[in-house]
Design a protein around this ligand. Sequence first.
Ligand code: GDP
Ligand code: CA
Length: 354
Amino acid sequence: MLLGPVVERSSRFESMKVVVLAGGVGGSRFLRGMRAQLRRTQPDGSVGTSAELTAIVNTGDDLWLAGLRITPDLDTIMYALAGINDTERGWGRVGETERVAGELREWGIGWPWFTLGDLDLSASIARSSWLRDGVPLHEVVERLQARWPEVGVRLLPATDDEVETHVVVDSPDSPGVTTELHFQEWWTRYRASLPALAFVQHGVESATPAPGVLEAIAVADLIVLGPSNPVVSIGTILAIPGLRDAVRATSAPVVGVSPIIGGAVVRGMADACLTAIGVETGAAAVARHYGSRAAGGVLDGWLLDTVDAASAAGLTAEGIETRAVPLWMTDEALSAALAGDVLELAAQLGRTTR
Ligand code: GDP
Ligand code: CA
């Protein structure tokens, strides 16, 4: 029987389970695209709240501030998928006010360079209240996102445990002395301008993947390393004991999307993170940093931008099946097209038995 490409694709991906490892901004843009792409292939047009699309989200940027647990990447993704994110500012919720932050500043509570809007604070108050009652983070996330059924993606924190990324830098106050800053302080206050000497993930050794994380990876038809910061987003997720092994062991293809286009970060300051761990800011260098699964790494496939097409053949020869496609996610249609390219490469890679 002859099947046209569209029919073939929709039948193949009908009940496909896709798991995306994600940080905040790059992760949320890609997830919106993947959600749209998968919806096209669903008979009823919906990616349900079931496990068709699961995001395993970085929690290394989380912190306690003003007595509240702040979870930047989880919130960025939740707001973006709910369609209530502030697209102008690039963070937080749309239609925000900052009255509470103004009051807190008068008392010197919190960080003056890290303003949280009133709506944003309310989510953090609810979250902190549940956490203090002993509700684990993955359940807190479920409760928060239940308000917006349109999210349509199962959001899982990589871990329920407190794992916090800190940055070792030369002290800005005492020359010759090194000091540690929480990642958020380094990123937001110093705009990553203090050269990072190292990243330390406090609490990672004793952390365990959140319930559902290993299971989602094991039953997935496709694992995607989203176009997120390879060091402090994807790197921190993979550093949770058991997580990297689960990705390495799954029979599903693992496809990564480069967050680097033409030797530069698209948004943010991921180059400062890559430099600190000795990886060049380049699409091929990041792929080699993740490594081919056949050679002890985590990737079967890799998508880099068309401007980086010259690197594709070399990576493919090294065991990372690479395609050059447009990687700019400037609107949802482009993100969805990129997600389609990921699905296509995954179909070509197929399942393996490991
Ligand atoms: P954060 O937690 O908010 O820093 O966000 P992520 O870790 O998810 O993503 C940060 C990365 O996303 C940066 O390295 C950017 O280069 C990348 N990124 C942002 N927008 C795009 C895009 O349109 N295309 C691609 N390929 N990468 C992007
Ligand atoms: Ca982040």
